[in-house]
Design a protein around this ligand. Structure first.
Ligand SMILES: Nc1ncnc2c1ncn2[C@@H]1O[C@H](COP(=O)(O)OP(=O)(O)OP(=O)(O)O)[C@@H](O)[C@H]1O
Ligand SMILES: [Mg+2]
Length: 267
């Protein structure tokens, strides 16, 4: 019998591809959402930082998912190599632009005119999200500043949200980043959650998977909280792993031992 059948789970619990409507509305999520609305209104930049797996991308997905699509155009870039060309390529795709050119001047011109077009003709407010912005090379900050500055700056055209690990804030202190950094008007930091926040989180995910009564003993929840350091992705792995360990022993309750067994398999 699979562990899902054993516990009566109607689907895989603790998955990353959580639907927008199922995202847990933590206080941190609401705080971020207010900042997103604020930078959209005034055209500035917001920073979102947090440890790996704290829930940054999910929080951004939720905050931007609430924006009305007819009035907003979310341009979502995820840095991986951290080069400016990578940023431009993804931006072009988000703007439905196609070009064979790899000249930075051409790409910048295309992107800028499409952004102006969105605002002027389609009356859509663009919002640039750069996830994993802590990976951006330092010179990219200079180019980003130039690319997102528009003539007659009274009109806020391109609000930006930069999300990444904690060193993002430090990277913005480098000389080449200062022009961009001077536009930062809001900051949000996703803290690791406390024991109570973790219990809420685990119960929430169990309920999404169809389980209203949590099989976790209190001490097991404490073990998940400690083992995960209050970070959601690690908690997902621990919680799912300990359900599997409990089911293997035909135990309807999840104990701290099951959490320890799960933890021993994680890196
Ligand atoms: N508010 C939330 N409600 C429900 N689940 C969440 C929430 N936030 C995060 N999660 C869960 O935690 C996992 C990790 O979150 P996420 O990928 O957003 O973290 P991250 O901070 O972007 O990580 P990374 O630093 O690796 O990019 C998600 O896949 C999801 O399963
Ligand atoms: Mg992420």
């Amino acid at each position: 019998m699979s562990y899902r059948a054993f516990f009566g789970l109607i689907k895989e619990p603790f998955t990353p591809d959580i639907e927008l409507d199922s995202i847990l509305q933590t206080p941190a999520l609401l705080a971020l959402s207010q900042r997103v609305d604020y930078v959209i209104r005034i055209g500035g930049i917001a920073l979102l930082t947090g440890e790996v797996g704290a829930g940054k991308s999910t929080a951004l997905r939720w905050s931007t998912g609430k924006l009305h699509p007819s009035a907003h155009k979310v341009l979502w870039v995820t840095a991986t190599s951290g080069s400016i060309l990578e940023v431009y390529r993804q931006l072009l795709a988000e703007l439905d632009l196609h070009t064979a050119s790899s000249s930075r001047a051409v790409l910048t011109r295309l992107i800028r005119s499409q952004i102006q077009n969105l605002v002027a003709t389609k009356k859509q407010q663009p919002l640039l999200i750069i996830d994993e912005a802590s990976l951006l090379r330092l010179d990219v900050f200079t180019e980003l500043h130039t690319m997102t500055q528009f003539e007659g700056d009274s009109k806020p055209w391109l609000p930006i949200i930069l999300a990444g690990q904690n060193n993002l804030a430090d990277n913005l202190l480098y000389r080449t980043a200062i022009p961009l950094a001077s536009r930062v008007v809001a900051r949000a930091h996703l803290e690791a959650v406390d024991r109570e926040g973790m219990e809420c989180y685990i119960r929430h995910h169990l309920a999404i998977a169809g389980l209203q009564n949590s099989p976790f003993e209190d001490a097991a929840l404490t073990a998940v909280h400690q083992g995960s350091g209050g970070l959601f992705r690690k908690a997902n792995h621990l919680a799912r792993g300990s359900l599997i360990a409990a089911a293997a022993e035909k135990s309807q309750t999840v104990t701290p031992d099951h959490v320890r067994m799960a933890d021993s398999e994680l890196l």
